[in-house]
Design a protein around this ligand. Structure first.
Ligand code: ADP
Ligand code: 5GP
Length: 192
């Protein structure tokens, strides 16, 4: 699929509310050349989210069509909505030799590992459970029931952090962004 390519593919995962979006925004502010895949989703846009920027917002039939035409590198259902990574722009980007970053949840990260074993899998972890709960509530983007649902999933995601190549603790946005930049720009290991 995307294997055998010299450019590095990095996957960033971690529980909802840990700060993935915040840390990635900081990385891109410092390194605009880091390319971030824009996922497709059946979730409705949050206030301030723009179609084609934060996500491509699709209806169920459009999402089904992408699956049927093998247009997604991976996809998963998460908290009642579907999310997926369009494969064509990612292939193009890696072929151009630029580092590429996917910000996706656990089931998707596992699919990437299976289809592109050379990908680097990074887990963003909270400094503590209490801090995760407080960040998710503090963001205020979901009603309480949806936050509960995301926290239930978060526990399973934290349990799977050992499956990742690297764990970055998001104690401080600037520090976590530094660490992620180092991982994104590290030389691609030579195949053995
Ligand atoms: P995710 O993309 O993982 O769901 P967000 O980036 O939306 O998470 O962050 C969730 C909330 O936590 C936001 O309100 C954000 O401002 C806050 N946040 C992110 N990183 C930190 C940090 N290192 N320290 C304190 N608050 C943070
Ligand atoms: P949110 O609804 O908060 O934007 O995203 C919910 C979860 O879906 C987050 O963990 C986010 O990383 C994940 N996600 C976003 N895009 C994709 C994708 O393309 N594939 C998968 N598997 N997960 C995604």
């Amino acid at each position: 699929m995307v294997s055998g390519n010299p450019a590095r593919l990095t996957v960033l995962s971690g529980p909802s509310g840990v700060g993935k979006g915040t840390v990635v925004a900081e990385v891109r502010r410092r390194h605009p050349d880091v390319w971030l895949s824009v996922s497709v989703t059946t979730r409705r846009p949050r206030p301030g989210e723009a179609d084609g920027v934060h996500y491509h917002f699709l209806d169920d039939a459009e999402f089904d069509r992408l699956i049927a035409t093998d247009g997604l590198l991976e996809w998963a259902e998460y908290a009642g909505n579907r999310y997926g990574t369009p494969v064509a722009p990612l292939r193009e980007r890696l072929a151009a030799g630029a580092p590429a970053l996917l910000e996706i949840e656990l089931q998707g990260a596992r699919q990437v590992r299976a289809r592109a074993p050379e990908a680097q899998l990074v887990f963003l972890a909270p400094p503590s459970w209490a801090e995760l709960v407080s960040r998710l509530a503090g963001r205020g983007s979901e009603p309480a029931a949806a936050q509960e649902r995301r926290l239930a999933l978060a526990q399973a995601e934290l349990d799977a952090s050992g499956e990742f190549d690297v764990v970055v603790v998001n104690d401080d946005v600037a520090r976590a962004a530094d660490e992620l930049v180092g991982l994104l720009t590290a030389p691609v290991p030579r195949p053995v």
